[in-house]
Each structure stands twice: as structure tokens, then as C-alpha cells.
Design a protein around this ligand. Structure first.
Ligand code: GTP
Ligand code: MG
Length: 268
């Protein structure tokens, strides 16, 4: 006979997770570290797909996690494209010591979008970006990885499958978010970002710093009127005022903005 405790227990949940990212980024090793608590030095390329199951308890609920570990090599595209459908969570792995694996992240998101088709389905996949191999010399900053991820609404973690750093935390956050989404009719909750600033702010700073003229700094062309200058200034000032923006470089960018505005107003 079921006890009161059994009755309160929620039904077990089945979830589907996939791994994505360039070959050799460490997808299989990160998964192995979590599921088997071990690390394999030798590179054994995944052929097509590896499938595994692990069981975890999330918020008092038994969860059966089906993990589809994809091969990153382009030759396996025809095999892995079948597996994007019905995915609730995805880890997208890059190697922090290999910039090209970071630069490939957009194309992996694109592949997922192409294969799942329906935009709502894609928007509700909990994506967790994993900057792996933190035990190696980095060529991608932590902030850069976080900015790319969090401005897109993706979770972000750095890990080392070799030492185990960050791996359990990453999977815990991913599973938590997938369970929350499953309990909310498949709709994922917004992530808590740690950046404190937006990609729009970061891009505006970059643009102001790299611009070669006062006009370019305000996004204007010669012949702009006083009103054009002030409108462009206000738009950027709202974004970059050091009281409002904690993005690195805000203060310097704001000074450039003010100087360009003053110079342009003299020419109008
Ligand atoms: P494909 O299956 O071909 O798509 O590659 P993958 O992304 O699954 O890479 P895999 O996990 O097989 O790891 C590739 C190589 O990187 C192996 O030689 C691993 O030992 C090594 N590796 C993985 N994670 C780490 C890490 O955190 N640190 C270091 N130093 N090496 C790692
Ligand atoms: Mg693999």
C-alpha cells in the first residue's frame, strides 16, 4: 500500500540532453567525468552518436537523463542531425585554448535551429555553454564566453574534464533548468546573468573606441544637423552613462562620446 510520502512524491521524469561543439572540444570527456567520474587522455573520436543514461534527483524528483553525445566532426552531420528533435537541454562545448572552437559556436546554434525547425522549440531548449579545458593555457577570456552566452539567454560555465572543475555544477544547473521548464509546460525560465550589462552596451563601447572620426563615433555622416547630433548622442548616452553601465570601458567610451558631440556641434 502506498504511504503518504509515496503519494507526495512527484512522478519520475525523463529528459533528453544532447552535446554539441567542435570535434576534440571535450564533449565526451565532460560527460564521462560527470557520469563515470573519470578522465580519458587519449582522443577517441565519437563515431556518429554515443548514447547513455544517468539517473539524478532534482527537486525531490527522480530524473532519468538520456544523453545523446554527438560527434563534432563535419563528416558525421548526416548521423547527428536526426537527434536534435525533442531535445530539452543542450551542452555546447568549446575548448578555451582553441579559439576556433569558440568561433564555431554560432554555426552549432544554426545547425540546431535548422534541424529543429520550429523556432519556439529551439527557444525552449535550455542551452548550457561549456568553456572546457580550463587546465590549459587559455585563448578565450572567461568574460568573452560569458558575454556570448548570457546575452543569448544561455547558461555559461567553465570546466575541466581533466580535473573535474566546474563539471558537477554545470550539469546540476542544466538539469535544474530543464526540470523547471518541464514543470512549466516546456517553457524555460529566463537565466540569471552575472554580467550586469548587455551585449548592446558592450558593442557600443567597442564601436566608439574603434571609430576613426567624430561622425563615425555617433553613427552619423558629414552634413548632420544639430538635432541629428543630439539625438544620436542621447541614444548612446543612455546606454553608456557610467552611472548606468558597469560594462568595462564605459567611462572611457562616454568621454569619447561627449568629446565627439562637442566637436560636431561646433561644426553644425
Ligand atoms: P568528438 O567526439 O570528436 O566530437 O570530440 P569530443 O568533443 O567528444 O572530445 P573528447 O571528449 O573526445 O576529447 C578530445 C581530447 O581532449 C581528448 O584527448 C581528451 O583527453 C582531451 N580533453 C577533454 N577534456 C579535457 C580537459 O578538460 N583538459 C584537457 N587538458 N584535455 C581534455
Ligand atoms: Mg566525443
Amino acid at each position: 500500500m502506498p504511504t503518504a510520502m509515496d503519494k507526495n512524491k512527484k512522478r519520475p521524469l525523463r529528459i533528453k540532453i544532447i552535446s554539441m561543439g567542435n570535434a576534440e572540444a571535450g564533449k565526451s570527456c565532460v560527460i564521462k567525468r560527470f557520469c563515470e567520474k573519470r578522465f580519458v587522455h587519449k582522443y577517441l573520436a565519437t563515431i556518429g552518436i554515443d548514447y547513455g543514461v544517468t539517473r539524478v534527483t532534482i527537486k525531490d524528483r527522480d530524473v532519468k537523463v538520456n544523453i545523446f553525445d554527438m560527434a563534432g566532426h563535419p563528416i558525421f552531420y548526416e548521423v547527428r542531425n536526426e537527434f536534435y528533435k525533442d531535445t530539452q537541454g543542450a551542452i555546447i562545448v568549446y575548448d578555451i585554448s582553441d579559439r576556433s572552437s569558440f568561433e564555431a559556436l554560432d554555426s552549432w546554434i544554426q545547425e540546431m535551429q535548422n534541424e529543429t525547425g520550429n523556432q519556439t522549440d529551439v527557444d525552449n531548449v535550455v542551452v548550457c555553454v561549456c568553456g572546457n579545458k580550463t587546465d590549459k593555457k587559455r585563448s578565450v577570456d572567461e568574460l568573452e564566453g560569458r558575454l556570448w552566452s548570457e546575452t543569448k539567454g544561455f547558461l555559461f560555465f567553465e570546466t575541466s574534464a581533466q580535473t573535474g572543475d566546474g563539471v558537477a555544477e554545470m550539469f546540476q544547473a542544466l538539469f535544474d533548468a530543464v526540470v523547471v521548464a518541464a514543470e512549466n509546460g516546456g517553457k524555460k525560465a529566463p537565466i540569471q546573468t552575472q554580467l550586469g550589462y548587455s551585449k548592446e552596451q558592450a558593442d557600443a563601447i567597442q564601436k566608439l573606441k574603434s571609430a576613426k572620426s567624430d561622425y563615425e563615433r555617433l553613427g552619423l555622416i558629414p552634413g548632420a544637423t544639430k538635432e541629428d547630433v543630439n539625438r544620436a548622442y542621447r541614444k548612446l548616452a543612455v546606454l553608456l552613462h557610467p552611472d548606468k553601465s558597469v560594462a568595462p570601458g564605459s567611462e572611457e567610451a562616454f568621454k569619447l562620446l561627449v568629446a565627439s558631440r562637442t566637436a560636431l556641434l561646433k561644426r553644425c
